[in-house]
Design a protein around this ligand. Structure first.
Ligand code: ADP
Ligand code: MG
Length: 403
């Protein structure tokens, strides 16, 4: 048997984008040089350990695309995240990570700040702009609390009435945020106008390889408690359903009908994130935050009608710095070790995926090595697109960690 020659260009199984944040201070020196749209050179500054040991002189790294300091959130969304929203609407899965050392712009890119919303809110806004007019009435779909949904047999009039949609009260700050978002976003994707759609959101956090539900208090509407993660409720278990898809047992997955409802949930979840204070950055997060948007769609309203379910997960990873840099001791040090091992597991999975695609191997992707990777098992088995935004702080003093 003759082997078929591969003539098509190789498609990278994981698209890695690089986003460079502006230098924190005008007097800071950059250790980066952008060579072209996909190649970046790190220049070794004299203050770095690498310079003193004299091992490496120059390093060139390649990416799918490099985004410089001037890149706006809007641009990043349009070019990197929006295609994933279109996939979601086409019933395909997507996964996007922000990766980088603490202070490099991961959270800014994913969630943004009061002035500029991030990829998460922009994705949701674009999704709602797209399905406007085709949003299903609440509870038309019934989740099995694993990964499947079915149509309630007793439903009649399947579309939600936009005028009757219960409007969520936003705080002034949230309203300002939404106004800015909708002014700058204005993106819409293609949808199948014959379908009706429902959107579900879940927000979890993986901390020390334990899974916590950031919507626990929201769902039970008690007062959120938050003090360095100690008061978070019990951790949740990761399970596999009969089709081999992973789900988190008893996770709150809440149906949202409007962008207001979605933003409200996100800001409540955000307040619960475990923020441990380290020497690096007073807001440094030591956990992985995972925001999942699940889209359920169908064309007809009978119980036997096919229902399509797709998911877009956006993951704001913990800082990728080595633990010794934070000079932490005791439990904090154990925490840093655990962060590194799950990030290492993620790197191993991505490397194996790449090797398989490059050499035509069928090596097992080691996704069972951490909860972070096991949760995304299906993606590592080839079901869904993976993108990563590598965030970089160009400051010379960051060189050793950045490299
Ligand atoms: P990380 O989550 O990687 O620890 P942050 O996203 O919190 O880092 O960013 C650190 C600081 O830098 C924040 O104050 C953030 O607003 C700012 N920042 C990061 N990236 C950018 C950017 N591209 N443009 C403007 N400010 C940024
Ligand atoms: Mg952060």
């Amino acid at each position: 048997m003759s082997k078929k020659l591969r003539t098509t260009a190789r498609v990278d199984p994981v698209e890695v984008y690089c986003r460079i944040r502006p230098l924190p201070n005008e007097t800071d020196e950059s250790c980066l040089k952008i060579l072209d749209k996909s190649n970046l050179m790190l220049q070794i500054p004299e203050c770095s350990a690498s310079y003193r040991t004299g091992q490496i002189k120059q390093l060139v790294y390649s990416f799918t695309q490099i985004y410089d300091e001037q890149t706006s959130q809007k641009q990043l969304f349009e070019q990197v995240s929006m295609p994933l929203v279109q996939d979601l609407l086409n019933a395909k899965n997507g996964l996007m990570f922000t990766y980088g050392v603490t202070g490099s712009g991961k959270t800014y890119s994913m969630i943004g700040n009061q002035h500029e919303s991030g990829m998460l809110q922009r994705s949701l806004d674009c999704l709602f702009q797209s399905i406007q007019g085709n949003i299903a009435r609440k509870n038309i779909f019934k989740p099995d609390r694993m990964n499947s949904f079915e149509i309630q047999s007793d439903c009649e009039g399947r579309l939600s009435n936009p005028a009757a949609a219960h409007s969520t009260k936003l705080t002034r700050q949230q309203q300002a945020f939404l106004n800015e978002l909708q002014l700058s976003n204005k993106f819409q994707c293609q949808i199948n106008r014959d379908n009706y759609y429902a959107v579900y959101i879940s927000c979890i956090e993986i901390y020390n390889n334990y899974i916590y539900d950031l919507l626990d208090d929201v769902a039970s509407s008690s007062t959120p408690t938050m003090s360095g993660g100690q008061d978070l409720k019990e951790s949740k278990n990761l399970k596999e359903d009969s089709k081999g898809c992973m789900y988190i047992k008893d996770v709150n997955e809440l149906e949202v009908k409007t962008i207001e409802e979605a933003l409200d949930l996100i800001s409540k979840a955000q307040k619960k994130r475990v923020v441990a204070y380290t020497e690096l950055n007073s807001e440094s997060s030591r956990s992985h935050s995972i925001f999942s948007i699940r889209l359920v769609q169908s064309q007809c309203s009978g119980k036997q009608c096919p229902v399509y379910v797709s998911q877009l997960s956006l993951v704001d990873l913990a800082g990728s710095e080595r633990s010794k840099r934070t000079k932490n001791t005791g439990s904090r040090l154990r925490e840093a070790g655990s962060i590194n091992s799950s990030l290492m597991a993620l790197r191993n999975c991505i490397e194996t995926l790449r090797e398989n695609s490059l050499n035509g191997y069928k090596k097992m992707v080691p996704y069972r090595d951490s909860k972070l990777t096991l949760l995304f098992k299906n993606y590592f088995e080839g079901n869904g697109k993976i993108k990563m935004i590598l965030c970089i702080n160009p400051n010379s003093v960051e060189f050793d960690e950045t490299s």
